[in-house]
Ligand binder design. Structure first.
Ligand code: SF4
Length: 737
């Protein structure tokens, strides 16, 4: 891999004749055509050949169903599937896992047999969270991978460009097609100084999120560099890259360094570390490399931060947090503290958390709030069990959950507060959109380091700053918590724990993959109809969505996760979380054919039955959040034609194109305000051409019309997807010819 990388880079270097950033080196060394590819950051579309694909169980179902319809005998690129999203947290790891294996049997059997059939590595339920497993087994410096999960960038902690995509993109790569990515801009974050005391790697990304906001990383790779990088552990860098997804970044990456070498060696991949050392000159930025934007952070001056509620970019340093709680009237009692997840469950994280818990226990104190611990993998769980951290966290009051996503993705049977009751929770997770963890819109969810989660859980309140505030020990004496400490890597090596991996068998021909026609969890896909070649006239607006419309609003997770393999059933959640600009309510829109208000999916189904296409009007950064292509498949399945917004999140925009929909943006963003939800629109689809705007004609209720322009990012091949009905249709056509 490294020699090929150097060869391709030499070609690109001779063409560009300028110093390259590290992220550029990774991307350009994976070009399908290094000689002929147009390369302009922020402009050209790169055709890339990733080294690897990773799928999680919720997204894998649809990706594999799509791959099956391409008719190939096995995947063309190394691929793994990870069972992590479908395990609900209720009473504790073992029992929750057993229940999930029972409830999801049909899906796990489908994934297990289809993985065996198509030569895909299968990580069974209980093995851990996709990004942790990838870091432990597959990520390597200089590599390029895609994953059907938005926190795939976690592998940047091992110097890999790892990018979250929709299932349709993964299907392309599994089927040996080059993968297309708009050449990202590169934002440099130069780190100097060194973290100390209560400040953890998580605080770097919490601070960067505050600076760049949820939109600030859109279309960019965040590349960390500078002397501060060498003070961080590999898993700490993973945490930072993981949460780069919250600022919309394409991915985040760190240059190869000794911490990565040590982590590779500790996870039985020393040979890869030695190779990386031999090619080290290509595994960091060139001298003089230029960034599109540069942020400087002195780690010695960085304070611990707490971000939230409701958005990950509302960053408050711990010294100002009490004041913010009071000013904003956030519920100050802390109901639940949650540590772990793919973001923060490394050996270092668990060790530091346990050191705080031990200090508290030594003073006769335990957690005041409810406290949960989610190990990121079986290997982490077994190792911290062996080394005692798990026992300490349990003694402190922790409920050890399964090695899975659990409450992070709404798989949480939470019973301590009623729905609608305002309350606060704090986690070491990455994402805190409204309702994400417990489906309660009144839950104020904050994200921070595991260190601060443990400290606040101990105090039972948000009004506690462990750097300055004392607690009373069991005898009533004041004491200040000791600063957290913990090793980056286990001195006795990792304990792999139970073997949860299923390698694909050599004889795969005899394996059959069955999908029952009566299943309510899985459904074989039917191809979408091609475009009818006509302009769309008099099309209703299904909903004019107001404000934040994330993929959680478009296709909710939680209880709906179980329908991820059944397009018709899961479509009953389409846009039910989006706020209708007409009435400020969720899931209540007017059906223009009946004048009645109804749920969004029911209204769309009625239009579809009547042969009426429809559009959605959306606000800024529509589709931010996750890579789930269901958010694009559902509107297509229910008869949608176009999503017209002020702007899109990158992955969602591409997903819509793949499914044969039109993601369009207002050339004048203020046109969003001019459109009334009762208007109908004409969309001149016949004008669709590369680099040209499309006309939108708006017909108001009182019979007036006005016209405006919509822009788009379609290139030639993507236009073909629209014409054929979907990218998959284009692929099947090519395979048949
Ligand atoms: Fe799972 Fe949460 Fe990580 Fe997503 S962010 S992979 S839901 S733990």
């Amino acid at each position: 891999m490294f020699p090929k990388m150097s060869e391709n880079l030499a070609i690109v270097r001779s063409r560009l004749n300028r110093p390259l950033t590290y992220a550029e080196k990774i991307l350009y060394s994976h070009l399908d055509d290094p000689h002929g590819q147009d390369i302009e950051r922020g402009k050209s579309y790169l055709k890339l050949r990733p080294d690897r694909v990773a799928l999680q169980d919720a997204t894998a179902q649809m990706a594999i169903l799509q791959f099956m319809s391409a008719g190939m005998p096995s995947v063309a690129t190394p691929t793994t599937v990870h069972c992590d999203h479908l395990i609900e947290a209720q009473i504790g790891g073992e029992k929750d896992l057993a229940r999930a294996q029972d409830i999801n049997k049909e899906v796990y059997d489908f994934l297990s047999s289809s993985c065996a059939k198509y030569n895909i590595g299968f990580w069974r339920p209980g093995s851990g969270i996709i990004h942790q497993i990838v870091l432990e087994n597959y990520a390597f410096p200089g590599g390029l991978m895609i994953g059907t999960d938005s926190h795939t960038p976690n592998a940047g902690g091992l110097g890999m460009c790892a990018i979250g995509v929709g299932g349709a993109d993964a299907v392309d790569v599994m089927a040996n097609l080059p993968w297309e990515l708009k050449a990202p801009k590169i934002t440099g974050v130069r780190l100097s100084g060194e973290l100390s005391g209560w400040t953890a790697p998580k605080d770097i990304i919490l601070k960067v999120a505050g600076i760049l906001t949820v939109k600030g990383g859109t279309g960019s790779i965040i590349e960390y560099h500078g002397p501060g990088v060498n003070t961080l552990s590999s898993t700490g860098m993973g945490t930072i890259c993981n949460m780069g997804a919250e600022i919309g970044a394409t991915t985040s990456v760190f240059p190869f360094n000794d911490s990565m070498y040590n982590y590779l060696a500790a996870t039985k991949r020393k040979a890869i570390g030695d190779f990386a050392r031999a090619y080290a000159q290509e595994l960091h930025e060139d001298k003089g490399a230029e960034y599109d934007e540069l942020i400087e952070l002195n780690l010695s001056e960085l304070e611990p931060h707490i971000n939230g509620p409701f958005t990950p970019d509302l960053a408050t340093p711990i010294s100002k947090f009490k004041e913010a709680v009071e000013t904003n009237k956030w519920p100050s009692e802390l109901k639940v503290g949650l540590i772990g997840s793919c973001t923060n469950s490394s050996y270092e994280d668990m060790s530091r958390a346990a050191s705080i818990a031990r200090d508290a226990l030594n003073h006769g104190l335990k957690a005041k709030s409810m406290f949960t611990v989610t190990p990121g993998s079986e290997q982490i769980r077994a190792t911290v069990e062996r080394d005692g951290q798990l026992e300490t966290l349990e003694e402190f009051g922790g409920l050890i959950l399964a090695n899975a996503c659990g409450p992070c993705i709404g798989q949480w049977d939470r019973r301590d507060v009623k729905k609608g009751e305002p309350n606060s929770i704090v986690s070491s997770y990455n994402r805190n959109f409204t309702g994400r963890n417990d489906a309660n819109p009144a839950t104020h969810a904050f994200v921070t380091s595991p260190d601060l989660v443990v400290a606040l859980t101990l105090a039972g309140t948000l009004n506690f700053n462990p750097l300055t505030d004392t607690l009373k020990d069991k005898d009533g004496n004041d004491f200040l918590l000791a600063q957290p400490t913990g090793d980056g890597l286990p001195a006795a090596g990792y304990d792999p724990g139970r073997d949860t991996y299923q390698a694909p068998p050599t004889d795969r021909i005899s394996i059959s993959v069955a999908v029952s026609p009566t299943s309510d969890r899985l459904q074989i896909l039917q191809p979408f109809n091609p475009w009818d070649g006509k302009d769309a006239i008099g099309v209703p607006i299904l909903i004019k969505a107001k404000g934040k419309t994330t993929t959680d609003h478009i296709s909710m997770a939680g209880p709906w996760l179980k329908y991820r393999g059944h397009l018709d059933n899961i479509s009953n959640n389409m846009l039910i979380g989006a706020i209708n600009a007409a009435n400020g309510e969720a899931n209540k829109v007017k059906n223009v054919t009946t004048g009645e208000f109804d749920a969004v999916p029911a209204t769309a189904r009625d239009y579809k039955k009547k042969g009426i296409k429809w559009v959605v009007i959306g606000d800024w950064n529509y589709g931010e959040g996750s890579s789930r292509e269901h958010a694009a498949l559902e509107p297509r399945h229910l008869g949608g034609l176009a999503i017209i917004t002020r702007s899109f999140a990158r992955i969602h925009e591409t997903n819509l194109k793949k499914q044969g929909m039109l993601p369009l943006t207002f050339v004048n963003p203020e046109d969003y305000d001019r459109i009334n939800p009762d208007d109908t629109v004409d969309l001149l689809c016949t004008e669709l051409a590369v680099g040209k705007p499309m006309t939108l004609r708006v017909r108001t209720k009182d019979g007036k019309t006005w016209e405006t322009e919509l822009s788009h990012t379609f290139n030639e091949s993507q236009i073909q997807w629209f014409k054929d009905g979907s990218a998959l249709n284009t692929m099947a056509k090519a395979a048949a010819s």
